[in-house]
Design a protein around this ligand. Structure first.
Ligand code: UT7
Length: 327
């Protein structure tokens, strides 16, 4: 049945990785690890590291400007900015307000979303709430992180896994027919389980230690939850969207570990050729990893407008979620 529906549609995507690259071999000089171990267990070959004096808002701004250019829009069109980040420049103000000032966007709505590695999927659903209700016309949804600043460089179980980067999408309202043929957000499934906080957290913060703290993770326990939780969220988001897994053209997952991507794809029955994997290039960039992978798949010509795309992520909290959209 045709039911005119306002959808929030991704009209531009951009990614930014800082210049400095740290290889597995570089890390093996300072911690007891090896390129073989890291690549075999995670698929990671290298990560990018923000330069001294380069902050999360700088990475976010670069990605935002690329996404705007891809959408054929300028900063003057932007009326909503949401940044998903767990590594803000400062405790406040939000990175989103900093991006607003840096790109020269007019007075509008700007705030951050904190759901760690799931942040981009959470932020996209929040932005969808604005755009698909006509409360914003041109939104920037950005995942931006300087995760290397949270590393304990003596802990080989975590310091080899993360990197810095940013990715952004422009979201604009377009009328559809209320069917799965419409471009735009078709279904979300978001979850959190605060009882699992000790599996992945940062051991500092403004109201506890008064410090930024360092990332701590029980990696193999997080791994065990990841495949099961993410698969369930994928199936739930596909059910909300009213699509079957066979209809998905591209799977653009959070890039934490190649074995998780493959495990999830197998479990939900997704062809491995449909998986966009960038984990080898930039490691786990937390909230930035999905838009970075999306930008990669678009830039290399695989993902095209009209394709059905599945996003998913899991991170500290624990939080996790998935989204089905037509690009
Ligand atoms: O984005 C947020 C979500 N995060 C994730 O999804 C991460 C999920 N977890 C993982 O990706 C994996 O669990 C890791 C990559 C973190 C670890 O892989 P694993 O296969 O689960 O290894 P493990 O933690 O069970 O450790 C196995 C061994 C241990 O040694 P022993 O106790 O068996 O002697 C570790 O000490 O590997 C050792 N190990 C390392 N060895 C060399 C841990 N880290 C390293 C390292 N280099 N960097």
């Amino acid at each position: 049945m045709i039911k005119p529906t306002l959808r929030s549609v991704i009209t531009g995507v951009g990614g930014y990785l800082p210049e400095d690259i740290v290889t597995n071999a570089d890390l093996a000089k300072t911690v007891d690890t090896s390129d073989e171990w890291i690549f075999e267990r995670t698929g990671i070959r290298q990560r990018h590291k923000a330069a001294e004096g380069q902050y999360t808002s700088d990475l976010a701004t670069e990605a935002a400007l690329k996404a705007l250019a891809a959408a054929g829009r300028g900063p003057q069109h932007v009326d909503l900015i949401i940044v998903a980040t767990t590594t803000p420049d400062l405790t406040f103000p939000s990175v989103a307000t900093m991006v607003q000032a840096k790109i020269g966007a007019p007075v509008g709505i700007a705030f951050d979303v904190q759901a760690v590695c799931s942040g981009f999927v959470y932020a996209l659903s929040v932005a969808d709430g604005f755009v698909a209700r006509g409360l914003a016309k041109c939104a920037l949804v950005i995942g931006a992180e300087t995760m290397t600043r949270l590393m304990d460089w003596h802990d080989r179980g975590t310091c080899v896994l993360f990197g810095d980067g940013a990715g952004a999408v422009v979201l604009e309202g377009q009328m559809g027919q209320g069917t799965t043929a419409d471009r735009g957000m078709l279904g979300f499934s978001l979850r959190a389980d605060g009882t699992k906080r000790d599996l992945l957290y940062v051991d500092g913060g403004p109201s506890t230690t008064g410090t930024t703290g360092k990332l701590r993770m029980a990696g193999n326990q997080v791994f065990r939850h990841a495949v099961v939780n993410i698969s369930e969220a994928i199936e739930a988001s596909a059910a909300v969207a009213g699509v079957s897994i066979d209809q998905i053209d591209w799977f653009v997952p959070h890039q934490a570990n190649q074995r998780i991507l493959e495990g999830v794809a197998r479990r939900v029955g997704l062809d491995e050729h449909k998986v966009i994997s960038t984990v080898s290039i930039h490691a786990n960039t937390s909230a930035a990893s999905i838009p970075l992978a999306l930008a990669h798949g678009i830039d290399d010509g695989r993902i095209k407008p009209g394709h059905m795309v599945l996003l998913e992520a899991m991170g500290g909290g624990l939080t996790w979620g998935a989204c089905v959209l037509r690009l």
